[in-house]
Design a protein around this ligand. Structure first.
Ligand code: SF4
Ligand code: SF4
Length: 274
């Protein structure tokens, strides 16, 4: 497949989620334009909620016009495009055409902005050309396992091309599609970050194996995040600080680690003072 060249990213040192140093220096805005999801992660519990810091949660959905209006007003106020604009839910960015329409409009108006999307990766290879055409500059994929025998305890459902898959079959399809998508995105010139949810007793013994596969696939940086017990995993425990640090320390030998993740909401607006 001949993929349209992705728009050049200024520098990963100017991206708050690819560089620890840039994290407090560069702003980030998530536009909650993507309500639907095509898989079910066992730790996911999506909510419309205004006041709790939780990935995937938003006070309300924004229409494409509202999202573009928000970006316009922030640029007008700051007189600068000194922040990153992303779509990270509340569902999966790639399962919603609104993501593509919103990015295309923002890229048309403000091509100098760094745009970024966060996905479970199921549709990454299918929609890579559209991602490039919409002007998206960086991609984050959440990958929690390399093996369906581990993934079956993390994912309970995957909906792909009109069929719903469950349990280990669902995990196998998702994992296969994730790595095909990442490989294609890297080959097309995208910088790819991988988020991994560390789940004690489920995938914690496989972090190094995952890190090696990510490096081999060409991922730029890995972000290991602690489980927030919720959904079907509400009775699971979060990793301790030591467990999280150990996993990062082990994996940093293989692939650069991002340490500053705030597990942002789908509607976060963080703009550092100028
Ligand atoms: S991909 Fe994201 S929105 Fe979909 S189930 Fe998993 S955590 Fe929830
Ligand atoms: S959740 Fe983490 S990686 Fe995503 S925007 Fe927030 S800080 Fe960056």
């Amino acid at each position: 497949m001949n993929i349209t060249e992705p728009a050049a990213v200024k520098s990963l040192l100017e991206h708050p989620c690819f560089s620890d140093e840039a994290h407090d220096r560069i702003g980030r805005i998530h536009l909650p334009v993507a309500p639907r999801c095509n898989i079910q992660c066992n730790y996911c519990e999506r909510r419309i909620c205004a006041d709790i810091q939780h990935p995937g949660w938003a006070a309300r959905l924004l229409s494409e016009a509202e999202a573009v209006g928000l970006v316009r007003s922030v640029i007008a106020e700051r007189q600068a495009c000194d922040f990153v604009v992303g779509v990270a839910g509340p569902g999966d960015a790639l399962a919603n055409d609104e993501t593509f329409h919103t990015f295309a409009r923002i890229n048309e108006l403000y091509p100098q902005l760094t745009t970024c999307l966060c996905t479970n990766g199921l549709l990454l290879d299918d929609r890579l050309e559209e991602i490039a055409v919409a002007g998206v500059k960086t991609i984050t994929v959440t990958v929690n396992a390399t093996d369906s025998r581990v993934g079956k305890d993390i994912y309970s459902r995957v909906h792909y091309q009109g069929t719903t898959y469950r349990d280990e079959e669902a995990a196998a399809i998702l994992i296969e599609k994730q790595f095909i998508g990442i490989e294609m995105a890297v080959a097309a010139g995208f910088h790819v970050k991988v988020n991994t949810v560390l789940i004690p007793g489920v995938n914690d013994l496989y972090m190094l194996e995952l890190a090696c596969r990510l490096r081999y696939t060409g991922v730029t940086v890995m972000n290991i995040m602690p489980l927030i017990p919720a959904g079907k995993m509400k009775n699971y425990r979060s990793p301790s600080c030591n467990e999280l640090q150990n996993a990062r320390r082990q994996c940093t030998e293989v692939i650069p680690q991002f340490h500053r993740c705030q597990r942002c909401r789908a509607d976060i607006i963080f703009l550092p003072p100028r």
